[in-house]
Write a protein that binds this ligand. Structure first.
Ligand code: MN
Ligand code: MN
Length: 304
């Protein structure tokens, strides 16, 4: 069950109206790295989880993310509040209202005109929130890694937002939200390493002959480091040693029924290209006579 406490998780003191800034904050309300995506990600994982420790942690963090959604959404509403009142009550002349609503920049006029200054489930560019932001796969050693990365991305977006405002109250609340993503990243990482073994993810081992091989497939500017050198790695440099690694001829085959084979042969015959032909194209039909003569001369030169 849920219950709700109207006191925010962190007190919000916004210094002044700023619809342009409000619009940027939507990134963490309805954006891909935002709080709704985080809450839904962990809430659905919690429901599907059977391990009592992870289930508890995921429900705790999911519920905290909803509390963050409340803080960032309230921040959007506070930053828009003054402008919202002016527009709703028609306080300014049309020209003045038009100027002020567009002067804030970015897409903040959409937040004003379409959403009346309230937070909408869109990102800072007005793109609607989608469940496709959540990449849960239902295997904890994979999901926890993805959760760690999601917390890292959320932390970075908050860091960028902090760098965009000099409003001390906004900066402070964003700093709190950013800090909580650090704590979540730590919990998820601890939970991942509380599973042993956790690598590779899942149950099946890799093919041993390919698990510790590094293929140097991009030539030039090679840099060696712990990711491709040392006792754990076999470094394969020569292009000829990077193909048909199974020892076969590297071709692809498939067994077909006789009917499938007849149809595939018929299609191949129907769409066969003639390497000897020189078909006239629509482009050539539109050429000037001079251009056509030049083309013909070029072809003659080549045959001489
Ligand atoms: Mn959060
Ligand atoms: Mn988080």
């Amino acid at each position: 069950m849920f219950s709700h406490n109207k006191r925010l998780q962190y007190t919000l003191r916004v210094s002044e109206s700023n619809p342009g800034l409000a619009n940027l904050m939507l990134e963490q309300f309805g954006g891909s790295q935002g709080e709704l995506a985080a809450a839904c990600r962990y809430f659905t994982q919690a429901i599907g989880e059977d391990d009592p420790g992870r289930k508890d942690m995921l429900f705790d963090i999911a519920t905290e993310e909803l509390s963050h959604l409340e803080v960032i959404g309230t921040m959007v509403a506070m930053l828009n509040k003054g402008a919202k009142g002016r527009l709703a009550e028609g306080v300014d002349s049309e020209a003045e209202a038009y100027r002020s609503i567009t002067a804030a920049g970015n897409d903040s006029h959409i937040t004003q005109v379409l959403y009346g200054g309230g937070p909408a489930l869109v990102n800072s560019a007005g793109v609607p929130w989608t469940a496709a932001y959540i990449d849960t796969i239902g295997e904890p050693t994979a999901d926890l890694r993805s959760n760690i990365a999601a917390e890292a991305r959320a932390k970075i977006v908050y860091e960028r937002l902090i760098n965009l405002t000099d409003d001390p109250g906004v900066k402070e609340a964003l700093g709190f939200l950013m800090t909580r993503e650090i704590a979540h990243q730590k919990s998820f990482e601890k939970a991942l390493y509380a599973i042993s073994p956790n690598f590779p993810p899942g149950k099946l081992p890799g093919m041993p002959e390919f698990t510790n091989v590094y293929f140097d497939m991009s030539k030039g500017g090679d840099v060696r480091g712990p990711w491709n050198q040392g006792p754990q790695w076999e470094f394969v440099d020569a292009p000829d040693d990077q193909v048909a690694l199974d020892g076969g001829d590297g071709s692809a085959t498939v067994r077909m029924t006789p009917e499938e084979e007849t149809a595939v042969d018929a299609m191949a015959l129907r769409t066969a290209s003639d390497p000897l032909g020189d078909p006239q194209t629509g482009a050539e039909l539109g050429m000037s006579e001079d251009a056509m003569l030049n083309t013909l001369n070029d072809q003659l030169d080549k045959t001489r």
